[in-house]
Design a binder for this molecule. Structure first.
Ligand code: FAD
Ligand code: MLT
Ligand code: ZN
Length: 495
């Protein structure tokens, strides 16, 4: 069994009782209450989609899921839970990759899935105001006829909610061009842990009237309150978009290529994504996207996907053609890059490390981890099948994935704290290829142990690798201020 670190359960929380369900019936219609508690006839397996995370790694034991439709209903539910010390897990599309979206025990799950209406859209400013439970793809479809796009895109777009994206401060495939949600989210409506509705749903581009409270909820992973609506700036659709996949013989080609691409494509460059050979082969094996021809991939050590988005097709194509005239390239689809995550999950159980490190070290980190696992005798069909890297070069964000036949304590112990020490601040051992041995380095990369996926339940014990004690202390003070009873997503982000 996978032992999770740092998931201490300190408070005297209440479990949900049949009398609580009676109260919830005064707030919600029957179809919005899923509960196995008496006198329900619900089959417990009907709660599986809410209790199990996307990776099949984390499993909760919630007895009750509530699906409110309005902000007032969320507020009434939370107020009741606060009075009864009932812990809550806010849940969006449940596509999170760090175990943040499912209960650790029997917390109440509040699913935002029924809060899925667009509240307003202004085609002049491009400002969209939507319920938190709107699925990202549906918002993309909503703004498309107005020639706008969402400032965020990711492989989970068909399931994840805009509220979940904001709660995780998801990065995704467009961050290089449109920046993080801290910039494009203009306002939020949030139900605070005592049930109060915080209305910061402004549609203003500029608003320097004191502390910008909404920023606290962006990336708070549901630990400070429940986001019920989002006001977000949607950019105009690019007139022309092109993408190519480049097959590279060596990892050493990536960095000079990135510099050349930035120089030559400048303002039209909108994405620069990296896939190592293992990740590519896995995506192809599991039918993600269109495979390149044998000739094209022959001798390729890795691939980069370059996307341009600009205002004039001829101009952009000319720029891209100029660039490609010196490079070996093949047109392909985003599906291959976006499909890596799904291919990984089809291949086995994934240990996912989402890290910010210097681009030059992407390959070293993957190789060092692989050699470390080899030295522990853990590489093989019945243990660790693949160690691979892919991610967002433009953001300095590598996804180090270790795909195993099963989640085991032995693999977990081999990977942690090894990976975190490699990434965060500490003395580390790294594999020296030429010397064929480990060497002790004075310091690691001082990177981030979570570039874009968040902390969730997975990394609460690892926060200190990327945040100093003072920062963690102030995070705890902020949590205590907003949520003195600790009912909002307990055991997530902070231990
Ligand atoms: P959930 O998984 O339901 O929840 C995630 C966290 O947010 C939980 O802590 C939950 O409690 C909280 N939460 C959810 N909704 C609310 C709310 N309304 N109010 C308060 N808290 C809330 N992430 C990236 O950053 N970049 C990527 O490119 C990327 N690609 C992905 C591709 C795939 C195939 C998958 C499965 C995941 C990917 N992710 C990526 C992970 C990413 O975090 C999520 O996909 C997404 O942002 C989470 O949205 P969700 O609605 O599914 O939230
Ligand atoms: C991605 O970039 O594909 C996502 O962050 C998901 C993942 O890390 O697998
Ligand atoms: Zn990513």
């Amino acid at each position: 069994r996978l032992v999770r670190h740092g998931l201490r359960w300190r408070r005297p929380y209440s479990s949900i009782a049949a009398s609580d369900i009676d109260h919830f019936r005064t707030i919600l219609p029957p179809h919005a209450i899923l509960s196995t508690l008496s006198p329900s006839t619900l089959n417990p397996s009907e709660l599986d989609p809410y209790n199990n995370d996307w990776m099949g790694k984390y499993r909760g034991r919630a007895t009750t899921v509530l699906k409110p439709k309005t902000t007032q209903q969320v507020s009434d539910i939370v107020r009741w839970c606060a009075s009864r010390d009932i812990p809550i897990v806010p849940q969006g599309g449940n596509t999170g990759l760090v175990g943040g979206s499912v209960p650790l025990r029997d917390e109440l799950v509040i699913s935002l899935a029924n809060m899925n209406s667009v509240r307003s859209f202004d085609p002049v400013s491009g400002i969209l105001v939507a319920d938190a439970g709107c699925i990202l793809q549906s918002l993309t479809d909503y703004v498309a006829p107005h020639n706008h796009i969402m400032p965020i895109d990711l492989g989970a777009k068909g399931s994840c909610h805009i509220g979940g994206n904001v709660a995780t401060n998801a990065g995704g495939l467009r961050l290089l061009r449109y920046g993080s949600l801290h910039g494009s989210v203009l306002g939020l409506e949030v139900v605070l842990p005592d049930g109060t509705i915080l209305d910061q749903l402004t549609t203003l581009r500029k608003d320097n009237t004191g502390y910008d409270l909404k920023q606290l909820f962006i990336g708070a992973e549901g630990t400070l309150g429940i986001i019920t609506a989002v006001s977000i700036l949607t950019p105009p659709s690019p007139q022309a978009s092109n993408n190519v996949i480049l097959a590279l013989p060596h990892f050493d080609n990536v960095q000079p290529l990135y510099r050349a691409v930035k120089r030559q494509l400048s303002e039209i460059l909108s994405a620069f994504e990296y896939i190592d050979r293992t990740a590519y082969d896995l995506a192809v094996k599991h039918g993600q996207g269109r495979a390149l021809s044998d000739e094209e991939v022959d001798g390729a050590a890795c691939f980069v996907l370059v996307e341009t988005s600009g205002g004039r097709r001829e101009h952009d194509e000319e720029k891209l053609t100029d660039l490609l005239s010196t490079l070996r390239s093949s047109p392909s689809l985003w599906a291959l890059r976006e499909g890596v995550t799904e291919a990984v999950s089809k291949e086995g159980k994934a240990y996912k490390y989402d890290i910010s490190i210097p681009l030059a070290s992407f390959k070293t980190v993957v190789d060092t981890t692989r050699e470390h696992l080899r030295s522990k005798g853990l590489l093989g069909e019945h243990a660790v099948k693949h160690v691979m890297g892919y991610g967002h070069v433009g953001d300095g964000n590598l996804h180090l994935n270790i795909v195993a036949a099963a989640y085991t304590q032995e693999i977990q112990d081999a990977l942690e704290p090894f990976v975190y020490e490699l990434v965060g601040k500490s003395l580390v051992q790294t594999w020296h290829q030429k010397l064929n041995t480990y060497v002790r380095c004075a310091a690691s990369y001082r990177g981030s142990v979570s570039a874009e996926h968040g902390i969730g339940a997975m990394k609460t014990h690892a926060l200190h690798y990327s945040k100093d004690d003072v920062s963690i202390e102030w995070m705890k003070k902020i949590k205590a201020l907003f949520d003195p009873k600790g009912i909002m997503n307990p055991g997530k982000v902070l231990e």
